[in-house]
Design a protein around this ligand. Structure first.
Ligand SMILES: [Zn+2]
Length: 333
């Protein structure tokens, strides 16, 4: 009897110490729970709205189909990130795509397709592929890849990146030259969570990291003047580009082309370069662009995310690195 009492007292003491020593550090009843964790021990965890209960209308292959969010996100993952990437990188991509979609839906109807919430055109929304379409490229690995991507969506069900309590503009791109660039350096509006940060990818990790494109003076003139007819592009091509300004991240921020001021990213789009991170060699009859990386360079680098995942980072750590001051939460909005 004495022994039983002693054992009971020891057990009570152990339970008390366990509860005291290992209680979650976070206090209070936040409406969102970072990383899906319970907000505290005495309350039920705040649950996100599951992807299976959110529906959206997707314009794909010329027709609009209504589908649950998880099905749409799986289609985006198939098309937007190599399925061979690390699971945590795929999870980061799933959360970024979910966040981007919710951000856009909150903005109201999209002018190019008011009857659909998203389309499969990468110049408008995000790329999207069905299982059958992706399987053509994947070949014998299709079944395994399909399961791997479905896990990345399911394991991040309802998770969203927020800044100041609302979903962020979760943009992403393929690869950059050591740093991302801030939104204000590429687009009209700067955003506090889209700032320049370090990104670990390099030519050992990224295929086609460096690319070279040459235009004759006439080819360059035709492309640029189709957008800016007022540009004065005659004579020696070595004088076509002037006042080239580069930001700290190595991207061309602004330059003048035949007297017209443009942003580096706009010239990239006009010429079809892979990135606004470029240098130019010009002689009298041609211009040669040496380009590093792929994409606009704002937000999450996909190859950078994969490099971070290989180093052991979680999807939350990856996203909170690329989106300055933002947090991954269970989203109830
Ligand atoms: Zn669209």
């Amino acid at each position: 009897m004495k022994n039983a009492l002693r054992i009971s007292m020891v057990l009570i003491a152990v339970l008390f110490l366990f509860a005291w020593g290992f209680a979650p550090a976070r206090q209070g009843g936040d409406t969102v729970s970072p990383h899906g964790a319970a907000s505290n021990g005495s309350q039920r965890p705040d649950a996100a709205v599951p992807d299976s209960t959110r529906t959206l209308r997707v314009l794909h292959g010329g027709s609009v189909e209504e589908m649950p969010m998880d099905e749409y996100l799986l289609g985006v993952l198939r098309a937007e990130m190599p399925a061979s990437f690390e699971p945590e990188a795929l999870k980061a991509q799933a959360i970024a795509a979910r966040t981007y979609t919710l951000y856009k839906m909150a903005q109201g109807p999209i002018a190019r397709h008011p009857d659909a919430d998203a389309c499969d055109d990468i110049t408008c929304c995000k790329a999207y592929e069905t299982a059958a379409e992706a399987a053509v490229g994947w070949g014998p690995g299709a079944r395994r890849y399909e399961q791997k991507l479905a896990r990345a969506v399911a394991e991040t069900d309802g998770e969203v990146i927020v800044y100041d309590g609302t979903p962020v503009l979760a943009v992403f791109f393929s690869s950059a030259a050591g740093h991302t660039q801030g939104a204000g350096e590429v687009w009209q509006t700067d955003l506090p969570y889209l700032q320049s940060v370090e990104s670990p990818e390099d030519d050992s990790l990224v295929p086609n990291y460096y690319s070279v494109v040459t235009f004759t003076a006439q080819e360059f003139r035709d492309r640029f003047c189709a957008v800016y007819p007022a540009a004065k592009l005659s004579g020696d091509a070595s004088g076509f580009l002037t006042d080239v300004e580069r930001n700290d991240a190595g991207f061309v921020s602004t330059l003048r082309v035949g007297g017209v001021s443009v942003r580096g990213n706009e010239l990239r789009t006009i010429l079809g370069l892979r990135s606004p991170s470029f240098t130019v060699e010009a002689d009298s009859g041609s211009l040669t662009f040496h380009v590093t990386g792929y994409g606009h360079g704002v937000g999450m680098s996909q190859y950078g995310a994969n490099a971070m995942a290989k180093e052991g980072c979680s999807c939350e750590e990856i996203l909170e690195h690329y989106f300055t001051g933002a947090q991954v939460v269970q989203w109830q909005g």
